[in-house]
Design a protein around this ligand. Structure first.
Ligand code: FES
Length: 108
């Protein structure tokens, strides 16, 4: 699958942020959303750019640390944890918005 990601990038809580578009190719439908972001980050690091920061711990749907807003929904379209959201929930060529939670309890 090839996807277009529009990712909220913000250096820190005091900096101005913006959506930045990235193309991610070679995504397997069996990857989790976090594994897809790992693929993006490997490409960003190879290009000398900052990787996309996101919280995670267990990657097994237990801890609840993987908190992202995906296409406007907390954790994305499947109502599960982001680490248990698989890319088969999306279609080849989709554009997906990825943002942090916008809550004072979860500062950027
Ligand atoms: S990383 Fe623990 S629930 Fe997702």
């Amino acid at each position: 699958m090839k996807l277009n990601l529009r990712v909220w990038r913000q250096k820190n809580s005091g900096a101005e942020g913006a959506m930045v578009t990235y193309e991610v190719d070679g995504v397997s439908p069996d990857m989790s959303f976090l594994e897809m972001l790992d693929t993006l980050n490997e490409d960003l690091i190879l290009r000398g750019e900052d990787p996309v920061a996101f919280d995670h711990d267990c990657r097994e749907g237990i801890c609840g640390a993987c908190s992202l807003v995906i296409d406007g929904d907390a954790h994305g379209p499947e109502r599960t944890t982001t680490c248990q959201l698989h890319m088969r929930s999306f279609r080849d060529g989709d554009t997906i918005d990825v943002e942090p939670w916008r809550a004072s309890a979860f500062p950027v």
